[in-house]
Write a protein that binds this ligand. Sequence first.
Ligand code: ATP
Ligand code: MG
Length: 476
Amino acid sequence: MFAGLDFGTSNCSIGIMHAGQPTLIPLEDGKTRLPSCLFIEKESSNTVTLSDAEIASRVTTLKNQQITAAKAATDEALITIARKQLRKEYRDKTANNTRAQSIVEALRSNGDVIFGEEAELSHVAEPENGFYIKSPKSFLGADISSAQKQVFSDIVEKMLAFIKQEAEYVKQIEIDQVVIGRPVNFHGLLGRDGNAQALDIIGSAALKVGYKQVEFLMEPVAAAYDYERQLSRDKLVLILDLGGGTTDCSMIQIGPGFVHQQDRQSGILSHTGQRIGGIDLDNKLALMALMPHFGKSAMLSNGLPVPNNLFRQAVSMNDVSAQQEFNARRTGIEINDYCKITTDPRLNRLKTLRDGKFGLRVSRSAEQAKILLSEKSPIALPLHYIENDFNISISREQLSDAIADELRKFEVLMTDAIKQAGALPDALYVTGGTAMSPVIQQWIHRVFPDMEVFIGDHFGSVTSGLTTHAQRLFGR
Ligand SMILES: Nc1ncnc2c1ncn2[C@@H]1O[C@H](COP(=O)(O)OP(=O)(O)OP(=O)(O)O)[C@@H](O)[C@H]1O
Ligand SMILES: [Mg+2]
């Protein structure tokens, strides 16, 4: 059996063909979108093997519990809930007493690992109990040492194994061929070498977890193949995939006249992509809208402001060197010293952020703010883990101002893709979670006022396109 797998910076999903349609498989609590994060507990527990009988029995119990959510849930959704519950119970029962001191040690113990939303919750509830890794994809193209590469290879392997195992159980199938999405450019400063490194890590991990054939497809091309299924006439489209870690564009000819071509390469006129995505918007919003409440631009008694760099480091969660710098001992001493020579009480919150290791939570709060702003504006963002009754009001205008630089970069990517193709697109097709924001949608209409714009399935388009491509490659 073949599948399409989107190994996203923020979310992973996997699809198979069902009744001629690409269909996404539930992975966690009935949801097809698995947040790309994991939590490796310091006290490792045995790898869990669940029997069919215990899963079936738990599904029956869930059904009998008559809770509204479970009543409405499909059998497939209930299976994912049952498996998650049972794994947790096993973990609690079999946790050993040796505490891993480093992530390498924790990985070496090869115990059970927590994924997705459950990983996020475990990290928030008990950050000291394990190692939390968010968005491993954003590190794969970076300038990392061979030891770090090994750690990320292990992490990617664990994630791919989990997705494969859950999908296979839910659908009772074996998946041995897979098309995996890849961004035009991976996050990182190594350029071409970084892309090769990232593909090597993902490809090798995919083979290790048991896929027998592994192919890659550019994520925007996958989105185009998904859009193509609705078309009754040929079009030259500009695809814009605004993801969590990367933004990708492709100019591609699609439609009934192209769909049966064996080799689609000549219809793909250009690709552009950059390592900017939703995470960078979160960082910017955190810097511009949250950090002023943490003492950004507070004045010191020597007449100078607190260095801006500290606030940038505090919220740059996907920048390894910024994080190392911020967590260095000397930075702690520096912040303490600044707190002593200012009358501005807001700076104490920066100290709380650093001392309490709340960087990831602040970044998560900024993401939450961005998502809430898609529903209404202004919003009140609670930051009670920093200080009691601490809420910040944020508006859509603030978000729009904070991400002005990123919007300009997105525009350059789009115009470059059009220039490289040497032709104007008939339409723009937009996908990716970041495109859910009304700020982004308004910006698109402002920049391309006369363009026909289609907003696709934000979280499913790439996976559906990958699955469609997998059928072409493997489904004969
Ligand atoms: N309602 C919303 N408004 C704005 N942004 C949103 C909304 N919901 C989710 N997002 C953002 O969408 C991003 C995730 O999108 P998506 O799942 O398409 O990324 P991905 O495919 O994992 O990443 P990539 O393609 O870069 O590897 C996150 O940055 C998330 O904050
Ligand atoms: Mg994506």
